[in-house]
Write a protein that binds this ligand. Structure first.
Ligand code: PHE
Length: 443
């Protein structure tokens, strides 16, 4: 016999946890550099388009599945259709892949907090030299994973919800402070312009545009934690009275707000010192520290910034771990604590290889990618789109829009005015778009 399923202690607590899952490295690390390399404002517009047409309907669907079924990601999908357990299984595999790369970056972030405090500054080669080391990054990664294991061991209301409810408001408030500060730096206006005024000269061909679309769609999935079973799992701890639609809108709004605030902080700061925003993944680890080392009190701003990045990363990593733990403990009957330790341990093993791929294993490649890049590729470009596609098929064509709306409207106690739009998005538009972009991403 399974013990009674845990629940969130309040609607706000759930929103904080789910928004905490959404808001993560995707917002503070990926979004600014992907926007930076994908043409700034043009990217932002396409991103918002996908957010509305794919992000919101899929997020809502995942939450509805979870609350309807009240099971872990695999069993929830199975409950809708016996043959669709693989959608949940894909999510669990994906959560594992993301956690492995998240753990490595989370470890860097902890190192950067301490390094900022030490006041010795970051040389231009610090990032490359540090990440190539064999031992130290792995130790910090271990610390990062251990923090997550401890929180998840605490359970839904007392662990995940409590931590998210504290960290998320702190993140929001201090990030706004940093943004205001960055916007007052000399030449910040140039960065603002880059971020909000579309530069159409960046798009010279259909292939440029499709590249931006691929990045934008991937970013929507990643940033909203879609296709990984996260919202199914979190939804399964919801009481029947929660308003899923308004929760979805709040979560998406908060997630987008934080990404945009991060963009408004980082891009102008980088412009202000005449540095490149198009440098890619090193943007907050390589370029930004140079900015911090050039401004008065930069040491503290740097420490604060990386602390906020850590908060964001933790509230996301616990959601990834929870997807695995909830399935694993249901499957094996092991306690939450033992399951968390085992799942965290397994993720840590993957992290070791991912971390080493910046140094001693950098020549070892899978499909021409080092292990870290391969993890990201497999999660972003394979698991998330395939999972998202079948999620749409499951909800739109198997469970059915009417049944989904019955759950979304709390058995018609709440009004849901957007049925035609939701129905069209889930049944046709989203799956078609995912397929087109998925295929074009291979050319
Ligand atoms: N949404 C998180 C972020 O933006 C990452 C994540 C993806 C978390 C998938 C859970 C599931 O960083």
């Amino acid at each position: 016999m399974r013990s009674k399923r845990e629940q969130w202690s309040s609607g706000i607590g759930f929103i904080m946890a789910a928004a905490g899952s959404a808001i993560g490295l995707g917002n503070l690390w990926k979004f600014p550099y992907v926007a930076g390399t994908s043409g700034g404002a043009v990217f932002l517009i396409i991103y918002i388009f996908f957010l509305v047409i794919l992000g919101i309907p899929i997020l809502l669907s995942e939450m509805a599945i979870g609350r309807f079924a009240g099971e872990n990601a695999v069993d929830s999908c199975k409950k809708l259709s016996r043959k669709f357990g693989f959608v949940g299984a894909l999510g669990i595999a994906g959560a594992f892949l993301v956690l492995a790369s998240y753990g490595v970056v989370g470890g860097w972030v902890i190192k950067y907090i301490f390094k900022s405090f030490s006041g010795s500054g970051f040389g231009t080669d610090f990032f490359a030299d540090y990440t190539a080391q064999p031992i130290e990054p792995i130790l910090w990664t271990f610390v990062f994973i251990a923090i997550n294991v401890i929180i998840v061991t605490g359970g839904i209301a007392k662990g995940i919800e409590r931590v998210s409810t504290i960290l998320l408001p702190v993140l929001l408030i201090f990030l706004i402070g940093i943004m205001i500060y960055c916007l007052t730096l000399p030449n910040a206006a140039q960065g603002v312009r880059y971020f909000i005024v579309p530069d159409l000269s960046k798009i010279n061909s259909i292939s440029d545009l499709s590249q931006i679309a691929i990045n934008a769609m991937g970013q929507v999935f990643f940033s909203l934690s879609l296709g990984m079973g996260t919202l199914i799992t979190y939804g399964s701890y919801l009481p029947k009275s929660t308003n899923l639609t308004s929760s979805t809108v709040t979560i998406v709004t908060l997630d987008t707000l934080i990404a945009v605030i991060a963009g408004f902080a980082i891009i102008p700061a980088v412009f202000s010192f005449g540095l490149e925003v198009t440098g890619g993944p090193g943007l907050i680890f390589q370029t930004l520290p140079v900015v911090f080392s050039n401004i008065k009190g930069g040491q503290f701003i740097s420490a604060l910034f990386f602390l906020l990045v850590l908060f964001a990363a933790v509230t996301s990593a616990i959601s990834l771990l929870e997807v695995i733990v909830s399935w694993f403990s249901d499957k094996t009957g092991l306690s939450r604590k033992v399951s968390s330790v085992i799942a965290g341990g397994a993720a840590f093993l993957m992290c070791i290889f991912a971390s080493l791929s910046f140094g001693v294993l950098s020549e070892t490649t899978i499909f021409n990618m080092n292990f870290f890049d391969f993890l990201n590729f497999a999660a972003d470009k394979i698991v998330m789109p395939i999972g998202g596609f079948f999620m749409c098929i499951l909800v739109g064509h198997i469970w059915g829009i009417d049944a989904a709306l019955e759950e979304i409207s709390n058995s018609r106690k709440l009004k849901f005015r957007l049925k035609p739009l939701f129905s069209a998005a889930i049944k046709y538009i989203a799956p078609a778009m995912i397929i087109v972009i998925f295929i074009s991403s291979f050319f």
